[in-house]
Write a protein that binds this ligand. Sequence first.
Ligand code: SAM
Length: 458
Amino acid sequence: MNQLPSSLLASLTLFPGFEPEKFIAAHAESEKLTSLRMNPFKPIDSYNNYEKVKWNPSGYYLPERPSFITDPLFHAGCYYVQEASSMFLEQVLKSHLDLSKPLKVLDLCAAPGGKSTLLTSLISDDSLLVANEVIKTRVHVLAENLSKWGRANVIATNSDPKHFASLPGYFDVIVVDAPCSGSGLFRKQPEAIGEWSEEAVNKCSQRQERILADVLPALKENGLLIYSTCSYSSEENEAICDWLCEHEALTSQSCPVPEDWGIEETLSIQHKAKGYRFYPHKVKGEGFFMACFTKKASAEYRLKPSKNTVTRLSKQESALIPAWLKLDKPYELFKQGENIYLMHSAHIDELQRLSGHLYIKKSGVEVGQIKGKDFIPHHQLALSTYLSAEVPSISLDKTQALQFLKKEDLKITAPENGFHLVKFQGYGLGWVKILPNRVNNYLPKEWRILKNIEEYLV
Ligand code: SAM
């Protein structure tokens, strides 16, 4: 393994709980941790007997890394493979918020979606998550992971942090899981050690300040800012906390952590702002830092209603929507162009307001299109949690499920022709259309498994 940077090690000796020998020894271990977090809306019991993550009731460690790509339940969104330390977000949310209340939550740096899927698992149905990713090429993976998670209370956007300044005081919670120098992942990715430099740390620190300054006007008075990095450097952690107290007049908040979790509470030099450090020799997880703050004052949120960009379905169109789509109030269908979406009715108005300010890439659950007299279901609907048990469906075994996920031809039959949900162990994977002499596989081609998995197709 590459040697850990000596200047980084020297800077860390100032922090409580940092033990250089043990820290270095933890990095020399060859064993890699694998953890995942379960989707509470798609419960499975396969992992119930595994070791639990102490700070997240849905988090588990696996004794070894399985082949996730060949597990249909992974594709069905029953769990998310997430580094355990990051799951601490749940504790911070639970200690500061009443999660049964309707909240507007922004996950500013959201791709690939680890924190966003955690947030949609915890917020109420009438709360709205805006999951944003500025880098265009990373938005599709975010949207895909949110689609697999299956919830309608999410909008995914592709906007620059400065675009959020036009939404003053809009959000109750803003999560900034900032781009950073990444030293916390040195154990997992030792090749990154060679790319680390003090100069890169300073650049990241300046960028973190810029991102925070851009987005903070969008936080409500008394709203909660949650800031995190996967860096050990104080320039990206405690120094940013001091900067937030000084330049943005935020108030540091603490989060109770039992001693046996091994998480170290630290204080920033000037403002004694509290932060939580994760060291791999003290916790079963990778290097991580999280801190949270409340905002004292904010401009009042007064967003003008935007132009009407959505249309409610006509009576004739509504009559073509199959009964197996659960449409209990307060959920509603609406159209943008030809595409039909499902959202909480309160969120449809928010979507219209936000679309005047942000680049919207995914709104709630896309359910399908009406073509002539037919309803063509969308892939997102198959993965969503809004289908009733009445949906025509076909249960696949593992080989068939993997064939479907490779977008191969399937040899399956059904008593009736037409669209069927294909399921694995009860969870939707996508749609097939049964025709008199063939079966059409409707998996979107960009979702198909590209890897050679022939050995699993026996
Ligand atoms: N929150 C994500 C999760 O839990 O899966 C991980 C986020 S990663 C640590 C940081 C993200 O910030 C990346 O997706 C990166 O593309 C994005 N990013 C990079 N530069 C940015 C910038 N200038 N402003 C906002 N986000 C940026």
